[in-house]
Design a protein around this ligand. Structure first.
Ligand SMILES: NC(=O)c1ccc[n+]([C@@H]2O[C@H](COP(=O)([O-])OP(=O)(O)OC[C@H]3O[C@@H](n4cnc5c(N)ncnc54)[C@H](O)[C@@H]3O)[C@@H](O)[C@H]2O)c1
Length: 339
């Protein structure tokens, strides 16, 4: 069965391609390499023994998207990762984010509606909840006003898909709301490749330990949490990748409860910034150079998932631990830095 993975050379996409190929799916990747490297294809091949079909294509090019789908009418599902994802950059360049994240989604949906098998998985984010009123966060928690244009593209993206589902009974979609994806494949053949200064905690930790960054700043230790630092739900990227395969299979098997569903993808456990640092130091044997810095604007205090819906209805559960994630992230960093 042929599956299209957009953004399939990116961090989460590449791990998902591996899990899809391991399950016997034939994968076609579309990526414009705006935030990834063609070398990722080699990593995927080395792990799975199979090279996915690859099309270098900018999904903002509507005509090329249509031409692509005309040549691949046998696709049974689309997993749409392609998007720009840097929160800070989205504040600086809102139109770039609205154009890349929404136009690509709309062109993709128009084409998917023309397929025999109209199955669609969307990369959403826990950012839609903002600072939720209650922990852990349930899927029916209110969506809060977005803190950034990036976050807004995820909220609007979900709305676009929901509206499309309302008037197309044969179109089936699932939005997966990821919490904080971290880690790398255990083979260290694929992992996260941030361009420039990492925006996320874990690559900043591993780059600091590898000597690329001098020091990690922990933004605020006076939050109302047990150790004063912010709490997040860190989900291993391989567990996250497996959630996509399960969600896609659910649509292919037509076992979905309605034609639009939303699931939280997290571990259900919150970890503080200091706990993540401790985990890294434990599994790597490295002492991390970090300092406590003032709070950063826009950071919420805590966010962790209620995973009962994804555990019970989707039939997916995170299996890997924070230590597993930190170990794999460190092995990946050492590999790409030749340490
Ligand atoms: N990583 C996270 O923390 C996180 C959290 C929640 C949601 N998400 C979402 O998950 C998805 C994947 O995230 P990721 O961390 O793997 O990001 P990533 O940047 O590593 O991967 C995205 C891929 O899409 C490609 N791409 C971007 N615009 C494109 C376009 N117009 N045409 C073709 N390809 C294009 C990029 O080159 C890249 O390879 C994104 O939609 C992101 O918003 C990520």
């Amino acid at each position: 069965m042929k599956v299209l993975v957009t953004g399939g050379l990116g961090f989460i996409g590449s791990h998902t391609v591996v899990e899809l190929q391991n399950k016997g799916f034939e994968v076609v990747i579309i990526d414009d390499l705006s935030n990834s490297s063609i070398d990722v294809l080699e990593g995927i091949t080395a792990i799975t023994g199979k090279t996915p079909i690859f099309e270098k294509l900018d999904l903002k090019d509507k005509l090329k998207v249509e031409t692509f789908f005309n040549a691949h009418k046998d696709i049974v599902g689309v997993i749409h990762f392609a998007a720009s994802k840097a929160v800070g950059e989205s504040v600086e360049k809102p139109l770039l984010y609205y154009e890349n994240n929404l136009n690509t989604l709309i062109y993709m949906l128009k084409s998917v509606l023309g397929l025999q098998a109209s199955n669609f998985i969307f990369s959403s984010s826990c950012t839609v909840y903002g600072q939720a009123d209650a922990m852990p966060i349930l899927e029916n928690a209110p969506v809060k006003p977005a803190e950034s244009p990036y976050g807004n593209t995820k909220q609007i993206g979900e709305e676009i898909i929901k509206d499309t589902c309302k008037v197309n009974d044969n179109f089936n979609a699932i939005s997966l709301r990821y919490f904080n994806p971290v880690g790398a494949h255990e083979s260290a053949k694929i992992g996260e490749l941030p361009l420039g200064v990492p925006q996320n905690l874990v690559p900043f930790i591993t780059q600091t330990a590898a000597g690329l960054r001098e020091q990690l700043s922990v933004f605020g230790d006076d939050y109302p949490t047990p150790d004063g630092t912010c709490i997040r739900d860190y989900i291993h990227v391989v567990d996250l990748a497996k959630a996509h395969v399960i969600a896609l299979q659910r649509l292919i098997d037509k076992t979905n409860a309605s034609n639009y569903e939303v699931f939280n993808i997290g571990t259900g456990k919150g970890s503080s910034v200091l706990e993540v640092i401790k985990s890294f130091e434990k599994v790597s044997g490295e002492k991390l150079n970090y300092k406590i810095a003032p709070r950063r604007a826009g950071d919420i205090t805590k966010a962790y998932a209620d995973t009962s819906k994804s555990n019970n209805e989707l039939g997916w559960k995170a299996e890997l631990t924070l230590d597993d994630a930190m170990r794999s992230a460190w092995n990946w960093e050492k590999k790409i830095r030749n340490l």
